[in-house]
Design a protein. Structure first.
Length: 198
């Protein structure tokens, strides 16, 4: 599969189409394992709009081209959005408000630098296991030093979400040891961090 990672541009000519494709894949991804959330299209749209207003919001998305008839040079090809990853740059006060004192303290002990909150990473369920999640995270981590210089990435992962934890560990994410209990009994979430090696 020929996959490209693109940067989201909210002022681009086709932004409304990309928005619709991102929210559709968000809806599909979070309706499946391990969330089974039954997210509606409207809820997915509201969530994306809310996240877009966050301080320093940026997004990457994965695209592929699906040829409709492979041996016909006049055939029309369709672009399909496979998944996305987005982040923002919370101030210390915003992080405190959203995530609490323990994480702010942890972040400051790790590095006195720009904070990046990796908010969402997801892939359409029918494309899981093709390395797209890995491509998104790799691209994200390659872009960060170019855009920001130094930074500390923070994120939250659910303990039973093996695929997302696996690709985080592979790229050097580490546990903070700060757990958050969820509404589902017996399932914890944990804050994780990524700091580029100096
Ligand atoms: C997390 C997610 C983005 C991963 O996307 P993906 O494109 O399927 O990921 P990749 O194919 O790049 O890699 C997944 C890895 O997890 C592994 N994996 C998947 N399911 C697994 C399981 N049940 N047990 C162990 N490993 C598993 C895969 O084998 C692969 O590792 P490998 O390449 O070493 O074999 C995708 O599962 C998703 O969209 N989940 C729903 C949304 C979500 O939970 N997002 C994270 C919120 S914090």
């Amino acid at each position: 599969m020929n996959i490209t990672i693109e940067e989201y541009d909210s002022s681009g000519a086709s932004a409304h189409l990309i928005d619709a494709a991102i929210t559709a894949s968000y809806q599909a991804a979070f309706s499946g394992f391990p969330w089974n959330s039954q997210v509606t299209a409207e809820e997915a749209k509201i969530q994306f709009e809310k996240h877009k207003r966050k301080n320093g919001f940026k997004c990457l998305y994965a695209m592929t081209i699906i040829p409709t008839a492979s041996n016909n040079i006049f055939s029309v090809s369709e672009h399909e959005l496979l998944g996305a990853l987005w982040w923002d740059c919370p101030t210390e006060n915003q992080l405190l408000e959203e995530r609490g004192e323990k994480l702010v303290k942890f972040a400051r002990q790790k590095a006195n630098t720009l904070l990046i909150w990796e908010r969402e990473i997801f892939v359409r369920p029918e494309y899981h296991g093709n390395g797209i999640g890995k491509m998104l995270r790799k691209s994200f981590l390659e872009k960060l030093p170019i855009i920001y210089g130094s930074f500390l990435v923070l994120t939250r992962m659910r303990d039973d979400n093996i695929p997302v934890i696996k690709i985080a560990e592979e790229f050097g994410y580490e546990r903070t040891g700060i757990k958050i209990s969820s509404s589902k009994p017996g399932i914890d979430h944990e804050y994780w961090f990524y700091k580029a090696k100096e």
